[in-house]
Ligand binder design. Structure first.
Ligand SMILES: Cc1cc2nc3c(=O)[nH]c(=O)nc-3n(C[C@H](O)[C@H](O)[C@H](O)COP(=O)(O)OP(=O)(O)OC[C@H]3O[C@@H](n4cnc5c(N)ncnc54)[C@H](O)[C@@H]3O)c2cc1C
Length: 380
């Protein structure tokens, strides 16, 4: 992103105040400070990010594996997002585990009908061009060659070789230290409520579920995950197990740690994981590989995904000084490079025009973007 001189007026007021320092808020702050803007960030929770949905997430970057349950624009945005992660991570001050060895989808033989349904949906929602070279049907020895840990346990599967994952906590931590080093005014433990926004030329609301008053139809979708330490299993990539009642994924992170998730419940309940969910997640993992039986449970965690009724992300402008990003739902990591890139480009344009006394031609802006439906105008 280019450097901006226009806003270096000497005043204590930042160019941009960002509300919410979870996944999207940190990434927006990082891109704007790298573009030369003066940025302040306000986060209700701590600098680790443990209050954010992004803290609990497995951070799988699986646009095609998600296509069975997502619209084609998610698949397309996610494919581009996946490409952009390495260059975003490269500029951060601390290492972030990023892996691109694909996603594997498997099923137990009695659940074969799930695989047929998965394939039908995937072929309906994923653009043909992305499926070409993006998915391979695996049988027997070929599956075991790709994922030796599953030898003789599973006989059929789908492999999405271009997909990836990252370590969400390392990312949030590295972003926090990058922001500090870059001189962002960081206000941890500082909740910002409606009508009490800090002073800035532009406010960008990235509060996820905390922005419910601004997004009346926003809801939380509860997700529970288990983190375990399981030396001796040796999965090389995230594996999804199709199942009529307990579809789960197991994402191997560094040092034999695994994230097993996730439930998807229509509830905003943030209370601890239920026994039922723990049993379902752990039993499904045990059915994938019996060595999970000896794993040590490190954490049982819960948070809620911020979702809009269409399950699509949204960038909103009020025609004045407030932008909002929300609705990342279960695809925050997948979509963040694209969606935060779009809101940063919009913020810079609004500020550039304001600096010369002009305002943005919204319809023109929207029409010129790759995903115009991402943008909504809502005056307040
Ligand atoms: C169980 C689970 C698994 C997931 N797995 C994946 C996955 O594998 N891949 C993927 O792409 N996505 C995944 N996601 C989705 C992803 O985590 C979310 O889409 C993403 O975190 C949303 O980002 P956000 O910045 O909008 O919200 P958050 O990450 O929740 O950040 C919002 C921040 O705003 C702060 N805040 C709230 N109110 C206020 C206030 N009044 N003032 C100041 N700060 C405030 C909060 O404390 C929080 O830190 C998963 C989510 C869950 C819950």
């Amino acid at each position: 992103m280019r450097s901006i001189e226009l806003f270096s007026v000497k005043t204590s007021c930042p160019d941009v105040a960002i509300l919410g320092g979870g996944l999207s808020g940190r990434l927006v702050a990082w891109q704007l400070v790298c573009a030369g803007l003066r940025v302040a960030l306000y986060e209700r929770g701590n600098s680790e990010g443990s209050a954010a949905a992004g803290w609990v997430a497995a951070a799988m970057l699986a646009p095609l594996a998600e296509s069975a349950i997502s619209e084609s624009c998610i698949v397309e945005m996610g494919t581009l997002g996946l490409e952009r992660w390495p260059s975003l991570i490269e500029r951060l001050p601390e290492p972030v585990f990023f892996q691109r060895t694909g996603t594997l989808v498997v099923w137990h033989q009695p659940d074969r009908s799930e695989a047929e349904m998965f394939e039908r949906r995937m072929r309906t929602n994923a653009p043909e061009a992305l499926l070409r070279g993006g998915v391979e049907s695996l049988i027997g020895a070929r599956l075991w060659e790709i994922e030796p840990a599953l030898k003789h346990r599973f006989h059929e599967g789908w492999w999405f070789p271009n997909e990836g994952q990252l370590d969400s906590r390392q990312l949030l931590k590295s972003l926090a230290s990058g922001l500090e080093k870059a001189g962002v005014a960081l206000h941890w433990h500082t909740g910002i409520e409606e009508g009490h926004y800090p002073e800035a030329r532009l406010v960008i609301d990235c509060r996820g579920l905390g922005a419910r008053i601004a997004f009346s139809r926003l809801r939380g979708v509860r997700g529970e995950v288990v983190r375990i330490h399981a030396p001796g299993v040796g999965l090389r990539r995230p594996v999804r197990l199709l199942h009529p009642r307990y579809p789960i994924y197991i994402a191997p992170k560094e040092s034999d740690r695994y994230v097993i998730g996730a439930t998807e419940l229509e509830s905003e309940d943030m209370s601890p994981m239920t026994v039922r969910s723990a049993l379902e997640l752990l039993s499904a993992a045990f059915s994938l590989h019996p060595a999970f039986g000896e794993a040590r449970i490190l954490e049982l965690n819960v948070n809620c995904r911020p979702a809009l009724p269409d399950h699509l992300p949204c960038v909103q402008w009020d025609g004045k000084c407030t932008l909002r990003l929300n609705g990342l739902y279960r695809h925050g990591y997948l979509l963040a490079p694209v969606v935060t890139g779009e809101i940063c480009a919009l913020a810079i344009k609004i500020l550039e025009l304001a600096a010369v006394g002009r305002s943005l031609d919204w319809d023109n802006w929207r029409a010129g973007r790759q995903w115009p439906s991402l943008f909504q105008f809502k005056s307040e």
